[in-house]
Design a protein around this ligand. Structure first.
Ligand code: NDP
Ligand code: KPL
Length: 308
């Protein structure tokens, strides 16, 4: 397949690199000059558990210089950069292209739909983890999967082909209409764990060690699911709490992306995570006090992090 990846940081580079290794034509689009320069000069250094470190040759350009007419475009910018990135990559968009967002948070389809017809948009979630080691170097220290569906609920052969390509590249993927509920479950997970780690300035394991912090994370997750249920989604509450416990017990050294953003002085995705849940809860007149408290505290930390 011909696949463009818009936003080639940790996740975009991992997905693009693994797909390119399987012989797919991949073009990464990014704005980070040091990363672009490294990948152009030396290839992408890709490090995954089990297969070690290797260099992968693939194209990379700024979004406005996109050169490939791709079958699919996967968006992996942070949520607050989606609109700018898509506008800059407008030249790469065409009406026979599938556009997939696997970003965290809510409202991603709505942002993409400002520039792409809904019938071409797919949405999903991934539990695959990835970290940037430095420019041109990405590391994934764990396994995960991808669940996705067309935003309009229709069947798409193109999405099935993309799922096969991703699975063949070592990113197990399913096309599943319940991916819409999975988006909410992932938001519940991020609203709970990312925020508590961000405010506590600690790893997932450090939250897991303290009973009251662990219980707070579970309360936030449960609160978010009450909103999802009120919106008519069938969510798996027991499954979510089990996933949270698994992360708290096993991803002990991981610093969630929200904490990494704060430490790097970058804006976080708080508005697309807790902020979006709060807006949905307000529309329904539902109180979500824990989600609201963490939203306020992360924004406070973010303001300080951006000021330095
Ligand atoms: N990392 C993880 O383990 C996981 C992340 N996710 C989600 O995936 C998404 C991507 O996350 P992640 O890869 O960690 O993020 P990164 O910050 O590592 O990567 C985002 C990339 O997008 C680039 N970018 C910024 N603006 C633009 C633009 N206008 N056009 C093109 N590229 C742009 C950034 O450049 P610059 O650095 O210069 O800003 C950066 O290289 C997020 O929604 C995240 O929540 C989901 C599951 C796991
Ligand atoms: C990797 C994971 C699942 C952990 O919180 C994540 O989504 C993030 O860091 O944003």
């Amino acid at each position: 397949m011909r696949i463009t990846v818009l936003g080639a940081g940790a996740m975009g580079s991992l997905f693009g690199g693994l797909l390119a290794e399987q012989g797919h034509a991949v073009e990464l689009l990014d704005v980070n000059p040091a990363h672009i320069e490294q990948v152009q000069a030396r290839g992408l250094t890709l490090e995954t558990d089990g297969r070690g470190r290797r260099a992968v040759r693939l194209s990379i350009a700024r979004p406005e210089a996109a050169g490939m007419k791709a079958d699919c475009l996967i968006i992996f910018t942070k949520t607050l950069h989606t609109a700018d990135a898509l506008k800059a990559a407008r030249g790469a968009l065409h009406d026979d292209m599938l556009v997939l967002t696997l970003q965290n948070g809510l409202g991603n389809v709505e942002k993409v739909a400002e520039l792409v017809p809904l019938s071409q948009i797919a949405v999903g979630v991934t539990t695959v983890p990835a970290d940037m080691v430095g420019p041109g170097h990405v590391h994934s220290h764990g396994e995960g999967h991808v669940r996705m569906t067309m935003a309009n609920g229709q069947h798409s052969d193109r999405l099935v082909s993309l799922a096969q390509a991703l699975t063949g590249a070592g990113l197990p993927s399913t096309v599943d209409p319940s991916a819409q509920a999975a988006v909410w479950q992932k938001v519940a997970f991020n609203a709970a764990l990312n925020t508590v780690c961000a405010v506590g300035d600690c790893t997932v394991g450090q939250v897991g060690e303290r009973a009251e912090a662990r219980s707070l994370a579970h309360r936030i997750a449960a609160e978010v699911l009450t909103v999802a249920r009120a919106r008519g989604l069938q969510v798996d509450e027991a499954g979510l709490h089990a996933t949270l416990d698994h992360a708290l017990d096993h991803h002990v050294h991981h610093k969630p992306s929200m904490l990494q953003d704060l430490l790097a002085g970058r804006p976080t995705e708080i508005d697309a995570i807790n902020g979006a849940v709060l807006r949905a809860a307000r529309e329904l007149g539902m109180p979500v006090p824990c989600t609201e408290a963490l939203d306020a505290l992360v924004r406070l930390r973010e303001q300080r992090a951006l000021a330095h």
